[in-house]
Design a protein around this ligand. Structure first.
Ligand code: ADP
Ligand code: MG
Length: 332
């Protein structure tokens, strides 16, 4: 199988919305009137962003999911994707399930693969996603204001726990393994939530590198500070339960606050928008939880329990030196 057979067999589908899809020098697309394009790219490197023995169908899902998640964070509808892949070999036993996993998710979100590039090399997968958002309505990291509530969707920390389990850094309870590994390998992008939050959220991002570090990006771009209540960060009961075992005491907070790979949305909204945020969560098919409050100034304070988050006031007990919890940094 040569390069062009490979592209034709595994990555070519008839163009639908696109004017020109796979097969020409450029894909050609026509944005709908009144829409802006939201564009992002995300690269996954073997051994760095996924374990070498990851099931290829799940890897196909995740490669696209992490890009759809960026669209979700912008409140954009994902429309088109380009896939640049370095592959060690033209192996049908890998390509078939990989493309199946990728297209299964693409079909669910009505996303068209319109192009890419294919080369031989150490397994590296890079998707560029193109979404549409009504002009001026993209959700950004920069709009958080003092007094806004900080929200997060879904549950946090399971993916990091799943990775630790697969790497045998911890042994999760048997009943938790599937949820944790699924969170790592099959994240569900919160596209419907992002769309529902247009005009409601003052800032948003997707949690990919760890909650605390990612919130730090909102604070920096918005020029504000925040207090987050660690006790309010939603997570699985089995993850919270690990804190009661002395051997795994510090493991759960690490997963929750700095784990990463969650692909949930973290966003801010004025207190008065509380009902609208809950309705957006309902429309988006995912629970949303208030975990803290934006403050004037700068820096992130993390407290544990009463007094922290949302309500303001009260004695706030910092539990973690947030300065030591940065977002995952490949060159840090
Ligand atoms: P060029 O040499 O002009 O860059 P290529 O020969 O690399 O074009 O690719 C041929 C066509 O196949 C192009 O339309 C390109 O976008 C598409 N393509 C290449 N690799 C992929 C891939 N992995 N997935 C989807 N489309 C691809
Ligand atoms: Mg090329």
């Amino acid at each position: 199988m040569n390069e062009f057979e490979l592209i034709r067999r595994y990555f070519t589908r008839p163009a639908r919305r696109a004017v020109v899809g796979v097969g020409d020098d450029c894909a050609v697309i026509a944005p709908a009137p009144g829409m802006e394009l939201a564009i992002s790219t995300d690269m996954l490197v073997d051994g760095r962003h996924f374990l070498h023995d990851t099931d290829p169908e799940r890897l196909g899902h995740k490669t696209l999911a992490v890009n759809l998640s960026d669209c979700a964070a912008a409140g954009a509808v994902p429309r088109y994707a380009l896939l640049a892949g370095a592959l060690p070999a033209a192996d049908p036993a890998w390509l078939e399930p990989f493309s199946r996993g990728l297209f299964a998710l693409a079909d669910r979100y009505d996303v068209e693969l319109v192009g890419g590039d294919t080369t031989r090399g150490p397994l590296t997968l890079c998707i560029t996603i193109i979404g549409e958002v009504p002009a001026g309505q993209a959700l950004l990291r920069s709009g958080a204001r003092p007094g806004d509530t900080v929200w997060v969707s879904g549950r946090i920390g399971a993916a990091a726990a799943g990775l630790a389990h697969l790497q045998q850094r911890i042994e999760l309870p048997a009943a938790a393994v599937r949820e944790a590994v699924d969170a790592l390998e099959r994240p569900e992008p919160r596209v419907a939530l992002g769309i529902a939050l247009r005009g409601i959220a003052t800032s948003a991002l997707d949690v990919s590198d760890g909650l605390v570090g990612d919130i730090g990006h909102i604070l920096e771009r918005s020029g504000v500070g925040a207090v987050i209540d660690a006790a309010r960060v939603p997570c699985a009961d089995w993850l919270r339960a690990l804190t009661s075992n002395p051997d795994t005491k510090s493991f759960a907070p690490g997963c929750l606050l700095a784990g990463g790979d969650d692909y949930e949305l973290c966003f801010t909204a004025p207190d008065a928008a509380r009902a609208a945020v809950l309705a957006a969560g309902f429309a988006g098919g995912v629970a949303v939880t208030a975990i803290g409050e934006i403050r004037a100034g700068s820096g992130l304070q993390i407290v544990d329990g009463e007094g922290g988050g949302g309500g303001g006031g009260g004695a706030e007990r910092p539990i973690i030196d947030a300065a030591g919890l940065r977002a995952f940094d490949h060159f840090g």
